[in-house]
Design a protein around this ligand. Structure first.
Ligand code: NBP
Length: 483
């Protein structure tokens, strides 16, 4: 139903896949929605196909669109991230009044959101960068929403966003994350964790396929079973579906027909870059981004496959299939746990750096539904931060420590098996090294400090007394205290 005279509670600019589904979600949940797209064909198509789902107010100019919104006006931008978003923000800020709210629901880089919030605030309007997860299906049926921006805007926006968000046990999967870029920051890290989660699932598949010699359909059954335990999650569920799928043209397992070069749109890369900038070891996420990059290094891979690189002569392990499957399940759980622990570390560091005061319990709550990394074990993460809001690392929570008691030996066995079988398992292996580095009483960093002092007089600290020291490496090798 459309009514040009009715004022809309919310507007959506940009009616491609995400915007049109989000607009339908608003309308289906009883909101009157103003809709506008640069090319009017998409607006017409939406109204024609779905106009009966609720109250839509379509416009063909941005001015008419703004005029069709009730005050304070609230408009969500769902256009291509980057320059298009800046162009639409400028048009809306020009046409809107003081106190109106512009929301960017695209996948913006959080530093762009910080800049935009400043610019828009200087023009008297509010700007909210909101991370939206769940893809096309989530946008229509209930996404997880991570809005940043001023707290004041959340007071106005909260109820309307709650009306369309996913809902778990009566709790909507949306809450105010923090000021300016906080929402897009946590959405970025969410996507980084998603990369790692997908990669560890991929590594488990690879080991079962080429280590235990199982066929995709059989592995699909294994994943299906895993989905009823600790690993219960959307990504495990869809993995079982993908592995069970046959290619409609050839009848072969679809996974064998798909080119093994993984794409990426950049949020995983941003998460890894930000981890490096903040000095947070997000090894699982970074390895996952590199694994996708390596998979797409087609020329190098074919050169290496043509027998150029020796496989070595170490004999592969004989693995007992049933035991190996269970070991792989536990290794997957452990590596996934590390990825989440590291992601939450990055959020904590970002929150401190930018003064956002992000509550990790909020994220563990709203990520339980709607988003791609939704998983049963987020309830455990929530409980961990409920018990101790200042946990030094998620894996140090007593529950997860207990889980790791059961996971550590299988995890080590799987990394050994992968190495002996010559199968790549970059996140399984690097997560284990991260874990052992955290546990280690002494790290080779002491030697690195010695090397740095040798070639660059970078000085070092001593374990036995305070102060900063240097050895006269090119002289008599005496010790001097520099402060
Ligand atoms: P796209 O990212 O494909 O963008 C297409 C939309 O941008 C169209 O409405 C297009 O209008 C509009 N647009 C462009 Br391009 N340049 C414009 C300009 N200069 N002025 C005004 N409008 C312009 O759409 P999408 O896949 O629906 O994604 C929308 C946002 O949501 C993106 O930021 C994306 O990163 C984010 N996101 C996507 C997903 C997903 O699963 N796809 C998930 C989560 C977030 P036109 O019709 O006139 O060309």
């Amino acid at each position: 139903m459309t009514d040009k005279n009715e004022l809309a509670q919310i507007g959506v600019v940009g009616l491609a896949v995400m915007g049109s589904n989000l607009a339908r979600n608003f309308a289906r949940n009883g909101n009157t929605v103003a809709v506008y797209n640069r090319s009017p064909e998409k607006t017409h198509a939406l109204i024609e196909a779905h106009g009966e789902e609720g109250n839509f107010v379509p416009s063909e100019t941005i001015e008419d669109f703004v005029a069709s919104l009730e005050r304070p006006r609230k408009a969500i931008i769902m256009v291509k991230a980057g320059k298009a978003t800046d162009a639409v923000i400028d048009q809306l800020a020009e046409a809107m009044d003081d106190g109106d709210i512009i929301i960017d629901g695209g996948n913006a880089l959080f530093t762009d959101t910080i800049r935009r919030e400043k610019d828009v605030a200087a023009r008297g309007k509010h700007f909210v960068g909101a991370g939206i997860s769940g893809g096309e299906e989530g946008a229509l049926n209930g996404p997880a929403i991570m809005p940043g921006g001023p707290k004041e805007s959340w007071e106005t926006l909260g109820p309307i966003l709650e009306s369309i968000a996913a809902n778990v046990d009566g709790t909507p999967c949306v809450t105010h994350i923090g000021a300016d870029g906080a929402g897009h920051f946590v959405k970025m890290v969410h996507n980084g964790i998603e990369y790692a989660d997908m990669q560890v699932i991929g590594e488990a598949y690879q080991l079962l396929r080429y280590g235990a010699g199982m066929e995709p359909a059989e592995i699909a059954e294994v994943f299906h079973e895993w989905n009823s335990g600790d690993l219960d999650s959307y990504l495990i569920e869809i993995t079982a579906e993908v592995l069970a799928q046959k290619d409609p043209e050839t009848g072969a397992p679809l996974v064998d027909i798909i080119v093994d070069a993984a794409g990426q749109k950049g949020t995983g890369r941003w998460t890894a870059i930000n981890g490096l900038e903040l000095g947070v070891p997000i090894t699982g996420i970074a390895e996952s981004v590199f694994a996708r990059a390596l998979s797409s290094s087609t020329a190098q891979r074919s050169a290496a496959q043509e027998g150029q690189l020796p496989a070595g002569t170490i004999k592969a392990l004989d693995v007992d299939k049933a035991e190996f499957i269970e070991d792989v399940r536990r290794a997957l759980y452990a590596a996934k746990l590390i990825a989440y622990s590291q992601g939450f570390d990055e959020i904590k560091a970002g929150s401190e750096e930018f003064g956002w005061d992000v509550d990790p319990r909020d994220l563990a709550t709203i990520w339980r539904g709607g988003c791609i990394i939704r998983a049963k074990f987020l309830d455990r993460i929530r409980a961990a931060y409920d018990n101790n809001a200042d946990l030094p690392a998620l894996i140090l929570d007593p529950y997860f420590k207990g889980e790791l008691e059961d996971l550590i030996d299988p995890w080590r066995r799987v990394v050994v098996a992968a190495t002996q079988l010559g199968l790549p398992a970059p996140v399984f292996a690097s997560s284990l090294s991260y874990y052992d580095s955290l546990r280690a009483e002494r790290l080779p960093a002491a030697l690195i400090q010695g090397q740095r002092d040798f070639f660059g007089a970078h000085t070092f600290k001593r374990t036995d007394k305070p102060g900063t020291f240097h050895i006269e490496w090119s002289g008599d090798r005496s010790l001097t205290q520099t402060d």
